[in-house]
Ligand binder design. Structure first.
Ligand SMILES: [Zn+2]
Length: 165
C-alpha cells in the first residue's frame, strides 16, 4: 500500500476513535459533559490524589522515598528505592550495583527488613528462574519471559496479526 494511503487510513482510524470517545462521553454525561480542556494540568496531585498514602509507588510496584539529589542511592527526581535504603541500613553500607535487594514474600512494597534479602545479581537471577517456573513443559528448556507471556493465550508469534504501519 502506498504511503499516502496508509496516512489516509490512519487519519480515518483516528477519526473513528475520536467519534467513539465522543459517543461514550455523550452516553456518560449527556449535555453536561465536563470541560476536558487542560485536564492534564488539572489533575489532583500528591495528598489530593486518591492513591496517595504518603508513599510513592512506581508503576512496577516499588516504593520510592524522597532523598537529596546527591544521595548515593538517588535514581532521579529526588527519589530512591525504599528497599535499597532499608538494605543499606541492614548492611551498614550502600549496596553495590551488583547487589540486588530481593523481596522474600514477593510483595515489592513490603520493605520490612525481614522481608529483604541482599543477593548477588547471579544468585538473584537463579532464584527467580526457579521461583517463576519458566520452563517449557514440552522440552524442559528455560523460556524467556516475553515468550512465556506470549504463549499464555495459546497462540504463537506467527498467529498474531502483523502490524505494518
Ligand atoms: Zn527478587
Amino acid at each position: 500500500m502506498p504511503y499516502k494511503d496508509k496516512v489516509k487510513e490512519r487519519a480515518a482510524a483516528n477519526e473513528r476513535s475520536r467519534r467513539y470517545r465522543q459517543r461514550k462521553r455523550d452516553e456518560k454525561y449527556g449535555p453536561n459533559a465536563p470541560d476536558q480542556r487542560g485536564r492534564q494540568g488539572n489533575r489532583p496531585r500528591g495528598v489530593q490524589h486518591y492513591r496517595w498514602n504518603s508513599r510513592l509507588v512506581t508503576s512496577h510496584g516499588y516504593v520510592l522515598v524522597r532523598v537529596s539529589k546527591d544521595h548515593p542511592l538517588h535514581i532521579g527526581n529526588g527519589y530512591a528505592y525504599e528497599h535499597r535504603m532499608v538494605a543499606s541500613l541492614i548492611l551498614g553500607r550502600i549496596p553495590t550495583s551488583d547487589e540486588i535487594v530481593h523481596h522474600v514474600n514477593g510483595d515489592k512494597a513490603d520493605n520490612r527488613p525481614e522481608n529483604l534479602q541482599v543477593l548477588r545479581r547471579d544468585e538473584h537471577n537463579h532464584l527467580h528462574l526457579i521461583d517463576d517456573e519458566r520452563r517449557d513443559v514440552a522440552t524442559g528448556q528455560f523460556i524467556r519471559k516475553h515468550d512465556a507471556r506470549r504463549q499464555l493465550d495459546g497462540r504463537e508469534w506467527n498467529e498474531f496479526p502483523e502490524v505494518t504501519l
